[in-house]
Design a protein around this ligand. Structure first.
Ligand SMILES: Cc1cc2nc3c(=O)[nH]c(=O)nc-3n(C[C@H](O)[C@H](O)[C@H](O)COP(=O)(O)OP(=O)(O)OC[C@H]3O[C@@H](n4cnc5c(N)ncnc54)[C@H](O)[C@@H]3O)c2cc1C
Length: 156
């Protein structure tokens, strides 16, 4: 038995009925990474007009556009920056980060809360950046440093 949706077939035939869209599909089959500007070049059409044709093809499920990181992130350096800026673990961290107050920091580098006396924070919240996907070993290290700082200052 053949399963098909009449609406989906309508969309497909509508998308393929246009010679420009058929030519775009043929081009994309040969060059899947062609940009909108490159697709527009052989036709006497603006980029917005080509984008509308692409939308028709997308709605019919004939082409798909990469959503993340998207067409603007291409080089190795751009990809590295993109991953660095967005990757995060599922363990919340960094809600009281060490750093200068004017840049959103909450703690000094010896874990004191800015503007207070006798109050420190030592836990996963101190990191200015999330320390990788599994933060526990970084938390142990931070706790060791905090213990050293507290003992050293207590001895003064
Ligand atoms: C199910 C699970 C699995 C995880 N697996 C991993 C893993 O495999 N690897 C990894 O790196 N990380 C893992 N994590 C994350 C890691 O456990 C946490 O990021 C880390 O424990 C946070 O350390 P913390 O010192 O900030 O807080 P916590 O470890 O939560 O310590 C807070 C402490 O404060 C105590 N406390 C709370 N309120 C009070 C109060 N009012 N008075 C006194 N004490 C109080 C709590 O009892 C607790 O002991 C996991 C977390 C969970 C929940």
């Amino acid at each position: 038995m053949v399963n098909y949706s009449a609406a989906a077939l309508d969309q497909t035939f509508r998308a393929l009925s246009d010679p420009t869209r058929r030519a775009m599909l043929a081009r994309l089959a040969a060059e899947p990474d062609a940009s909108v500007a490159e697709l527009a070049r052989p036709f006497r059409m603006s980029k917005p007009a080509i984008s509308k044709h692409l939308k028709v093809l997308e709605r019919a499920g004939l082409v798909a556009e990469e959503e993340e990181p998207g067409a603007r992130v291409q080089s190795d350096a751009e990809l590295r920056d993109y991953v660095r800026a967005r990757a995060w673990g599922h363990h919340a961290a960094g809600t009281c980060p060490i750093g200068p107050r004017e840049r959103g920091g909450v703690l000094t580098s010896d874990f004191r809360v800015h503007g207070t006396r006798g109050l420190r924070v030592v836990d996963a919240s101190v990191f200015p950046r999330i320390p990788g996907f599994f933060p526990v070993s970084a938390i142990y290290m931070v706790a060791e440093k905090a213990a050293d700082d507290i003992l050293a200052q207590a001895g003064r």
